[in-house]
Design a protein around this ligand. Sequence first.
Ligand SMILES: CC(C)(COP(=O)(O)OP(=O)(O)OC[C@H]1O[C@@H](n2cnc3c(N)ncnc32)[C@H](O)[C@@H]1OP(=O)(O)O)[C@@H](O)C(=O)NCCC(=O)NCCS
Length: 169
Amino acid sequence: MSSTSIRTIPTVDPPLAEALAALLVDVVAQGASVGFLNPLAPADARAYWTDVPKPGVTLLVAEQDGRLVGTAQLHAAQQPNARHRAEVCKLMVHPAAQRRGIARALMDELEKAARAAKRTLLVLDTRSGDVSSDLYRSMGYVEVGRIPRYALSSSGQLDSTVFFYKELG
Ligand SMILES: CC(C)(COP(=O)(O)OP(=O)(O)OC[C@H]1O[C@@H](n2cnc3c(N)ncnc32)[C@H](O)[C@@H]1OP(=O)(O)O)[C@@H](O)C(=O)NCCC(=O)NCCS
């Protein structure tokens, strides 16, 4: 099995925007609920990624044999009363690379980045019933509740979302 390398990305140059866009388009086509609807135009996906890097955002990419296979983000809360908090966002692994532990490795690195930045309370949400909930529970994230009809799916129905938190020790 190829080894996975994970790195932090300070800026998204055009080749990386292309690779991230292809990943996002394929993940959305697989049915993922990550903020976009299928079919996602590659140009829209590229525009999204180009805008991601900004102060307070940690963008990670996972690569195998030099190919992008996954990504995740940590968004540090900017409010003066929330400098201990951050949100985990846009965790995704390419359909051809799933179930090899890449998401877990990305989450481990995000937690390291959060600790280094003294962000000790992590929050996230994910569509109810998705396999991502199993990953988050297995890593110690605590479910706080669900909001029904939270986000539209590509098939046209409104899906509920489950919210989690984790306090880093
Ligand atoms: C959720 C997602 C990121 C998991 O990526 P992955 O690299 O395949 O996950 P891992 O191999 O690290 O698996 C971690 C755990 O997730 C759970 N899991 C992942 N895929 C699963 C599947 N198909 N069926 C059941 N459990 C699954 C398991 O608990 C697994 O642990 P295990 O292998 O010890 O059983 C990936 O399926 C994905 O990109 N989905 C679409 C985007 C998405 O929904 N992202 C979450 C947004 S909040």
